[in-house]
Every structure is written in C-alpha cells, then in structure tokens.
Design a protein around this ligand. Structure first.
Ligand SMILES: [Zn+2]
Length: 424
C-alpha cells in the first residue's frame, strides 16, 4: 500500500540513500549522492568527540564502514555515507566498558541479562566478574556469551563453580592449574581471574587466584575483606601484582582511609607499584563517605565499573551511566570519566584494541547526552547526594551496528520512509 505522504517529503528523501535524512541544516550543503556506493555506512556528524586513547577532544565527524571506525575528521561530506546522524550537541565516545558485572547464574537473585543492561547504557563490552569458575565457564559461554547481542568477556572465578551455590569458602575448589587451563582454552573470552567473598582467615583465595594469574599470564581482580591476620595493606603491597585490580575501592568495608579520613599511604604506595583500583559500585560497595574524601585527596579510580547484578540494579541503581554521573557530580571532568570507562578498563583487561575511536578499531561507539537539571544520586548506604548533571545514552553502536537508538536518530521520518518493514 502506498503511504500517504506529502509531496515535499518525497523530494526531501529523494536526496538520501539508506532512508535516513541528513539534518535539515546540512541538507543542501553537499548536494545529492553521486553514482556509486557511498564509502561509509554510518556518519556521526558534528558531535563532540571524546577519545582519550588518542588524546582527542574536539567537534569532529566520525565515519564507520564495514564495522570499523573508518575516518575521524573535521568535516566528512554527508554524501559519503548511507546513513547520517546529527550528533550536534552530543558527546561521541568509545563504547563503554564495564569490567565488573554479573551476567551468569550466581543464584536467581543475582545475575542480569548482559545486553538488556548494557546496550541502553552505552556499554558495548561487559566483563563478568567471577560468576563462573573453571567448572562452569563452558555453560556460561553456551547459555549467555554466545547468545548476547554485545561483547561479553569474563574473569574466571578461582572457585570451580564460581559464585553458584555460595561455595566460595571451599579451598578445595580453588585450583590454579584448572583455572589457568580453562583460561588458555578460551583466551578470546576470559581476561583474567577473580577471587571474591572469602571470609575465612588466611590468604588461600587471593594467593591461588594470583597463582592462576601467573600460570595464565592474566590479571587478577580481587574482592577483599579484612579478617584478623589478613590486612588490606598486605593485600596491596605483598600479595597483589602490578596490573592486578582491587575492585570495590570505595566500599565501607575497605579501610582506604585512616581514622582521620586520610587516604592511607600504603594505598598510594600500591598505586606506585602498579596495583590498579576499580569502583565496582554494586549493592554495598560505593559510599559517598569514602569516595568524597578519597577523591578530594586525589585518590581516583583507575576504572569505573558497576558490579551490576539484580540487587544493585534496583537500588542503588548502579548502572554505568548513573555511576559515571556520580563521578561527574563529584567533580571529575567528563573527559576523565570517559577515560576511566573506556580506554583504562580496556588496558586493565589487556584489550587495548577496545575503548578507542582509532581508525581501524572495531566501531563500538556511545553517543551521550549530558543533561543539566536538578538530580539526586544515592549510595550503598542509601544516603543521597544532590547533583546537576546526568548522562544519558542516545545511540549505542556495536561493531558498526546501531543497537540502541530510542529517539530514532538514525532512522528516517516515518512520513518519508516509504513502505517500511519491521526492524531487524
Ligand atoms: Zn561482583
């Protein structure tokens, strides 16, 4: 059936290919598309590009072809792309990388569906932090990773069954050789080792995780709790290696501050020796009373992550954009917030090819809007902090494909779309 569309729309859309109109202010600037196929599939026009990996922050056009970043330049003609998105007034960042999530088992009250969480948040890579172990990873791969719309990677729990069944206290299940063997079997998917929730005395969990890290040449992510004879200081200075990651940096149970609220010197020492610090917001691990003084003293996180699971998803709403917005409102410049959510986590998991808008890199892109207004944010203790800025994601591009576009920025106006069909 022929749609009823005013003649003017036919004329307007006749100037486009792929069904997406160039924004009206550019509509007549470069004329019609010439014969032949445009070289680019998608052009983000006029956005404020933040690409910390390349120390780039400027108003730029960004073109994508064949799933890769094809060109970043001051001006790319609209005629060179099949689709054009007007990104003026928005920020164009690499797809976000959340290195602490839970997207497999761990009990029915824990995991979330990776793409349902990630894509609306501008996250193109989620890393599951130890929900699966060396016994259960193949099931995780088959049931979740292989079926996810976006990239899912994993830290492998040093405990064989991972977080399933709450057996993370059983030392007999902590097998460095078996963990390393599984990591070597899936080097494209498993980025390191995780230890968490160990409440018994001693260093077995941490040391065996580090041993697995050594055997597989991968970093270890540590979720830690002090018990008598096991101190945070010793963890950072004696047990973790340079490149290993302490997550839950601003948790109330982490003694980052001394009794006067001053960041312990041993934490700075650990940073100097190469230990990395991650947010891991979670249900119980982000407290303004720890984060605010630490940030004031310059003790910033290397990476911003969410520890996203069912409980943290509900309250305190620990999604990536909310967590990034908290840091913005705590005074961290936007460029740094993006850096700690893209290139830094990419390097921590040794995937430097991710988290960048370099030409040739896979085209993972987040188009973000910075909203200004009266907002509030909560921490794990359910205390509140007022704020005036909040990030929103308007477009998530994964490997060149638009996965999230709630405002239809990349879609044609329905009145000129012709006989359109259901989206794929
Ligand atoms: Zn976690």
């Amino acid at each position: 059936m022929k749609p009823v569309v005013p003649q003017a729309f036919f004329v307007f859309f006749a100037l486009t290919i792929g069904g997406v109109a160039e924004p009206s202010s550019h509509g007549n600037a470069t004329g019609r598309i010439q014969d032949g196929t445009p070289p680019f599939d998608l052009l983000l026009k006029g956005g404020h590009v933040i690409d910390p990996a390349n120390k780039l922050e400027a108003r730029m056009d960004l073109a994508i072809a064949a799933g890769k970043i094809a060109r970043v330049a001051k001006s790319i003609p609209v005629a060179e792309s099949r689709k054009v998105v007007d990104a003026r007034g928005y920020y164009v960042a690499p797809g976000l990388i959340d290195i602490h999530t839970h997207v497999f088992a761990g009990g029915p009250d824990l995991c979330v569906v990776p793409d349902v969480y990630a894509v609306p948040n501008g996250v193109t890579t989620v890393v599951d932090a130890g929900s699966s172990g060396w016994k259960t990873f193949p099931e995780f791969k088959e049931k979740v990773i292989d079926r996810s719309t976006n990239r899912v990677l994993a830290f492998l729990n040093i405990v064989g069954a991972g977080m399933m069944g709450r057996i993370e206290q059983d030392e007999n299940e902590m097998d460095p050789a078996a963990a390393a063997a599984m990591i070597k079997k899936f080097p494209d998917l498993i980025v390191g080792v995780k230890t968490a929730h160990f409440l018994k005395p001693g260093w077995t969990a941490v040391d065996r995780a580090v041993e697995a890290g050594k055997l597989s040449d991968t970093p270890v992510m540590v979720d830690f709790r002090e018990v008598p004879g096991r101190s945070y200081e010793d963890l950072l200075l004696k047990h973790m290696r340079p490149g290993d990651i302490h997550t839950h940096l601003y948790a109330e149970h982490i003694p980052l501050l001394d009794e006067h609220g001053v960041v312990h010197d041993f934490a700075r020492q650990a940073r100097r020796r190469g230990v990395l610090f991650d947010v891991g917001h979670g249900n119980g691990s982000f407290w303004f009373r720890v984060a605010v003084p630490a940030l004031k003293q310059g003790f910033v996180p290397d990476s911003i992550s969410t520890d996203y699971h069912k409980r943290s998803a509900l309250l305190p709403d620990a999604g990536m954009l909310t967590t990034m917005s908290k840091f913005l409102n705590l005074g961290m410049p936007l460029q740094e917030v993006v850096m700690r959510s893209t290139v830094n986590p990419a390097r921590e998991i040794r995937r430097a090819e991710l988290g960048t808008l370099s030409v040739g890199a896979t085209a993972d892109v987040a188009v973000l809007k910075l909203e200004k207004g009266k907002f509030g944010f909560v921490d794990s203790g359910h205390a509140q902090m007022p704020g005036n800025r909040r990030l929103q994601c308007l477009l998530t591009v994964y490997g060149g494909k638009v996965l999230w576009d709630p405002n239809g920025l990349s879609w044609p106006d329905w009145r000129g779309a012709g006989k359109y069909k259901v989206i794929d």
